[in-house]
Design a protein around this ligand. Structure first.
Ligand SMILES: CC(C)(COP(=O)(O)OP(=O)(O)OC[C@H]1O[C@@H](n2cnc3c(N)ncnc32)[C@H](O)[C@@H]1OP(=O)(O)O)[C@@H](O)C(=O)NCCC(=O)NCCS
Length: 221
């Protein structure tokens, strides 16, 4: 559990599901939210990977992950494909990559370090499980402002060069993630990003390649 002032990041519980759906509707008014069944499935498939942020007992954010064999997905994928349409049925205990499927913070709570705490929760999970890295495809919600002038790749480069601030990519770079290029049609309904997303990676400095991951150990027991 990670705690800072009155903010807590902890594992998601079944009772959080209706609150997370309500919050997700506020965060993405134009993207259909998860269903209760999908969130329940995520918890069944990989409970350790589902984190919820709480402030004074209110649910104010979440970070959801699954484990994948990255080689299966590295060429190209959409959010729907890699998350098995949000069920996380693609979670693979033999994988060594923690895949960040979703992270969001209540709009009124942004800019106060909650996203950082959720990312810290993910890094802790990655270290504790002896996973090699975290990979995610991040939305580029600031892109729509420049879509008439350049493609998504040039926009992302200009964020890297410090010309533009993107609410998601700038945050992820500051969190120590490296930019690996863009994918198209990642979430086609994401009009702000015009479907673009940037692939980002964080390498676990404590990773021990010769040791099994926690999930592999659990499979043997
Ligand atoms: C991306 C997201 C999760 C970040 O959450 P957040 O709680 O705002 O994150 P933080 O507060 O840790 O950091 C955000 C910024 O505030 C700054 N910040 C954090 N604490 C601060 C403080 N006490 N004082 C001043 N600035 C602060 C950070 O440095 C960061 O700045 P940067 O964007 O220039 O790097 C949030 O914007 C979000 O929910 N977006 C919508 C959903 C979404 O698109 N998710 C991404 C899916 S790929």
């Amino acid at each position: 559990m990670i705690q800072s002032k009155n903010l807590i990041v902890r594992h998601t519980h079944a009772e959080d599901i209706p609150k997370l759906i309500k919050l997700q509707k506020r965060v993405y008014p134009e993207i259909p939210p998860w269903t209760r069944a999908k969130l329940a499935n995520q918890l069944d498939v990989f409970p350790a990977g589902q984190l919820t942020a709480e402030c004074d007992g209110e649910v104010v954010g979440c970070a959801s992950s699954l484990v994948v064999l990255w080689d299966d997905w590295a060429d190209a994928h959409s959010w729907k494909e890699i998350t098995a349409a949000g069920t996380f049925d693609n979670h693979d205990p033999e994988g060594r990559t923690l895949y960040g499927a979703e992270v969001f913070v209540a709009p009124e709570m942004r800019g106060s370090g909650l996203g950082h705490l959720l990312y810290e929760g993910r890094r802790t999970l990655c270290r504790e499980m002896n996973l090699k890295r975290i990979i995610a495809c991040g939305r580029l919600p600031g892109y729509h402002r420049y879509a008439d002038e350049m493609d998504g790749e040039m926009y992302a480069k200009r964020v890297l060069w410090g010309d533009f601030h993107d609410p998601v990519l700038s945050f992820q770079l500051r969190e120590g993630f490296r930019y690996c290029g863009v994918v198209e049609d990642y979430i086609p309904e994401d009009t702000e990003s015009h479907g673009y997303a940037s692939i980002i990676v964080w390498l676990n400095p404590d990773y021990k390649p010769r040791k099994p991951t926690q999930l592999e150990q659990e499979e043997v027991l």
